[in-house]
Design a protein around this ligand. Structure first.
Ligand code: NCD
Ligand code: ZN
Ligand code: ZN
Length: 358
């Protein structure tokens, strides 16, 4: 049996569903799933119900997270056109601002230039802005990063045209970064046909050409791997109007380690993509005495072995290498052999961070 040890991983794109979606996930179960996946710090998305767009809702979610999380958690503030003037009041209890430029789950959307400009003016300098931007919206985001001369991070980049555009922007020296989700690296639109609603998410699964383009830029343009863990119940997924999104916290590391085994990237690149770069981009703190111990013996991903409340993954039945045996967080065993050791509430809250200008 070969074992490896990694630093604590950071997921900068997690949906923890509090408030309003507690039947899908909550801070307890979501952070349990994170630890089971070797992830010791997650950034929670603001498209909750109600969304995290006012100081009151953000503070309530922050207190819930503080009381129930088993690993470290930071929260995104959300941009909504009606509440742009509230943005400065959201900065202290959040890690970054999230702007949704395209259609997806939840009510948050910013679709006009005046409101986008207001976001950039009202969000404090030094705090990151992340975007759900697809196709030409990526060009809009790059234009705003250049115009306002401040960093923009692109969430779940999935298409060939998008990764190429971001590569050009970086070559021009513009302050842009991007993440890619494992489902966009390991599944295509052919899998979407097989999986039905369980293969539906935003952005949609791409063509083989899209997937090839992402892998071609795993070493030079992609800054991080982020799960976009977006749990919905099986009943919701098979309903009349299935919501987009799939779980990802527990499968991200095994999938990426399988890619390392196949020679698609090195282990040191995986550490950059899943720990070093996420911390650098958002200015997140180090976690001392924190490590993940992994067994590289092949195993089969199963819905039955998941910590996420939704209880399913589009990767059910897939063989991977890289089972998380033990997670140590700040010197204490947080997860071991399928069992949670970290109590709800033992995770630390991350807030009021600034990105490092380098
Ligand atoms: C996400 C969700 O369910 O909150 N769904 C998804 O398909 N990715 C929203 C998002 O990240 O766009
Ligand atoms: Zn999104
Ligand atoms: Zn998401």
């Amino acid at each position: 049996m070969s074992t490896i040890t990694l630093p604590g991983l950071v997921d900068v794109h997690t949906h923890l569903r509090v408030p309003g979606g507690e039947h899908k996930e909550d801070f307890d179960t979501g952070t349990a799933a994170a630890l089971a996946g070797g992830i010791t710090m997650v950034l929670g998305m603001p498209n909750t119900s109600p969304p995290l767009t006012t100081p009151d809702t953000l503070q309530a979610a922050y207190q819930q997270a503080q009381a129930h999380s088993r690993c470290d958690v930071g929260l995104f503030a959300g941009a909504s056109p009606e509440e742009i003037s509230q943005l400065p009041g959201l900065a202290r209890q959040s890690v970054a601002l999230k702007i949704y430029l395209n259609d997806t789950f939840g009510p948050l959307r910013v679709e006009d230039v005046p409101t986008l400009m207001a976001c950039f003016r009202n969000w404090p300098q030094g705090k990151m802005i992340a975007m759900h931007a697809e196709k030409q919206s990526v060009a809009v985001g790059i234009g705003l990063a250049a115009t306002f001369n401040r960093p923009v991070h692109f969430c779940h980049i999935s298409r060939r045209e998008e990764i190429i555009l971001i590569r050009y922007a970086k070559q021009r020296g513009l302050p842009v970064t991007c993440e890619v989700a494992p489902h966009h690296l390991f599944l295509t639109n052919k899998d979407a046909a097989r999986l039905g609603p369980l293969g539906d998410m935003r952005p949609l699964l791409g063509t083989q050409e899209d997937v090839d383009a992402l892998w071609a830029h795993i070493n030079d343009t992609i800054d991080c791997i982020a799960t976009d863990h977006a749990p919905h119940t099986i009943a919701e997924k098979y309903s009349e109007s299935p919501p987009p999104g799939v779980a990802g916290l527990e499968t991200s590391l095994p999938l990426m380690l399988t890619a390392v085994q196949k020679g698609h990237l090195t282990l040191s690149r995986l550490i950059e993509l899943m720990s070093t770069n996420p911390r650098r981009i958002y200015g997140l703190p180090e976690q001392p005495n924190t490590r993940v111990e992994i067994d590289m013996t092949p195993y089969i991903i199963s819905n039955d072995a998941l910590q996420t409340k939704c209880g399913w993954t589009p990767f059910d039945g897939m063989q991977v290498a890289g089972r998380v045996n033990r997670v140590v967080l700040r010197g204490s065993v947080a997860y071991e052999m399928g069992r949670l050791r970290a109590a709800p509430g033992s995770g630390q809250m991350i807030s009021d961070v600034r990105y490092n200008l380098r």
